[in-house]
Design a protein around this ligand. Sequence first.
Ligand code: GA4
Length: 335
Amino acid sequence: MVVLSQTALDGHFSILIKTCKPPSAVLADIHTVDLSSPDAGALLVRACEDHGFFKATNHGIPAELTSRLEAEALGFFSLPQPEKDASGPANPFGYGSKAIGRNGDVGWVEYLLFSTIPEVFSAALPSALLRNRPIFQSTVEDYVVEVRNVTCHVLDLISDNLGIKPRDGISSLLRDEKSDSCFRVNHYPACPDSLQALINGRNLVGFGEHTDPQIISVLRSNNTSGFQICLRDGSWVSVPPDDTSLFFLVGDSFQVLTNGRFRTVKHRVLADHSRSRTSMIYFGGPAINQKIRPLSSLMSEGEESLYEEFTWYEYKKSAYKSRLADYRLGPFEKA
Ligand code: GA4
């Protein structure tokens, strides 16, 4: 890994930029599930077991809503830096630039992080953002309603296929009015030529490798590449972008709910040297006091939980103390 000080390139920021080797492969056999097809449930389960990742088509979110949200987000990200900074620093909600989390992670990215809990949404959003961009706020709310609905539909299809009882056992965690879900809009500016030249043959990391702590994450991006997932054998593969589809990622909590049957997927984003990337991600999580343990209807007779029981509060607290690339389930695994 090469670490460069960016101070010389940009007087506004003094940060360390991480690079990594480009991956060699593109994910050829990406699981693609047409959500309107009768065999969607079986395909979803297989994808969650294989890679912890799949692409969903025919998801039903109006393209017009997604475009409107993307345009609003880009409008925000194109504001002068001091205006954006007035909506930050992200703690964890609000505007952040390059710094990710609280423990020293950095990336070639700027972002907005929102809570989906209505009271937190308004209270945690910096007044600068709310005052000046009310349409942005309502568009985020509209999009979150849509993406939550699709996600719950996907979770119900998975439950049907696995025989989980009740069938809305998992989706109800996301529908709970106290569900501690969040929503993120990431903007990865094109990496300037001068920086690219310095990096020379390696890639600038937009968002470093990590797994998501929640149950399930749903990503939509523009058509700029850079998103990669890590396969079971540890190799990294690029996921071809598709702005009409949604990409679903199994999170740490889903791995626990299924007692390891589904796999949380490690992923990262590399910056593109010529095109900027915009993505929006819904992170579906449970309420803060929810106990996370394997679903009893999924356990075979005599099967033991691989994890100590914990609440989402405990997991989140531990996650927010970790670095991005840490293996966060480790401390909760039974010896
Ligand atoms: C990864 C998934 C979500 O983006 C996020 C991230 C959070 C943050 O950006 O503040 C974390 C990261 C994420 C996992 C470990 C901790 C917390 C940064 C970090 C180093 C909002 C989340 O819930 O966990």
